[in-house]
Design a protein around this ligand. Sequence first.
Ligand code: FMN
Length: 440
Amino acid sequence: MPISTKLTKALGIQHPLIQGGMHYVGYAPLVAAVSNAGAIGCITALTQPSPEALQAEIRTCKALTKKPFGVNLTLLPALSPPNYDEFAQVVEDEMSSGQLRLIETAGHFKGLQPFVTKFKEAGAFIIHKCVTVRHAKSAEKMGVDMISMDGFDCAGHPGEADIGNWVLFPKAARELKVPFVASGGCGDGKQLAAAIAMGAEGMNMGTRWMATNEAPIHQNIKQALVDGDENSTTLILRSFRNTERVFKNKAVDEVQKLESEFPGDFSKISHLMKGENYRKVFQETGKIDEGVWSAGTVMGLIDNVVSCHQLCDDIISEAEEVITGRLQNSVDIGTDKETSEKSKASSSAPSITPHWLLQYKYCDNISDARIPHRASHIQHATDFKASGKLVMGGALSDLTGATVVFKTKEDAEEFAVNDPYTCNGIVTSWEVREWSVVDV
Ligand SMILES: Cc1cc2nc3c(=O)[nH]c(=O)nc-3n(C[C@H](O)[C@H](O)[C@H](O)COP(=O)(O)O)c2cc1C
């Protein structure tokens, strides 16, 4: 069952998941793998040494996927800033085929407006990354199409407001006119379901995509993300009001020591902060202690390196299960509304309505075995639900089986016999039992 949101509809993608720009990670192979998996990846423009190199990277990406993908353009203060206009021109030139339409902008507002205007005129869909609702409102005024709300957990630049997602997302939902995606600390399906519940149109992730087979970074970095946990990040550059959440390592210890001795004096830490150290650790040596590199607290939820396809499947199926199981089951919709209302009108005494529980036992390797039959199973359930025969149902949280509620025994049996899960051995046994729903 697809999860369809304003994000998937606007960009013509399958899953409401974005791979945000990542310095020295967001190269064509990862971006294409993310997009081929049904989400959408972004090439990090300024990781490329020149506008010409960015153009070549975009073309490589086009050769690797026919799916939509994006480009991240980060406007950050720098001693010698890159020529943003030339980078932006390359992006605009490459947009003509329509495959590249998403532009993820980030960084300082100063200078953002001309890029928004230029990209919008070229037909772009712009998602601007913000860490506060106040900034998001300013970006909204500039004409961006969507906001990526990056809470305090995020890798990279969480800003100076230190607001966590639990408040940030509902507040964004209340106050923004444009839609937003959840970002920062995102990595699993429970979070996607929660993000949608809080008003988001999907999730943007950074760190989680680094621990995928296709991420073009050294294996040691991926392993460090698996080995690390939610305590393995720390904050630097607070004294510059340019806070960065990074992986806690020896280089970062040294930066923190120097920063506390010489707050706000970049000359004391510049040798440790060099982009070249970052690039070398990711792209060449894998020596995780020898550079300062971004990572988020979502490490606490990363316990494997998987393909982008598998990651999307895992997140989407978990979100579906939460939405159709746990969330739906939490609402007392187990009684037929009409019957219940009629009985309430005619009498104050409890009414008893017989329902039928179909109880499934699943095979041991359910997670893998169900994949090819999942869509047809869900369609089967959707058809029964639409015809009013199926009341509610869902898998048990440990995936050993499922329980589905019907109004008649015959419907329950017909459902079980024809279910693609039963026909293909996913269901190893089933039984139908009577269950009295008491409406008091
Ligand atoms: C290694 C790394 C490099 C990043 N570089 C950039 C960047 O150049 N520009 C940008 O806008 N965001 C950058 N980000 C932030 C991500 O796009 C995304 O917003 C963030 O990672 C979300 O938080 P999460 O890592 O908890 O998922 C980077 C993140 C990581 C992990």
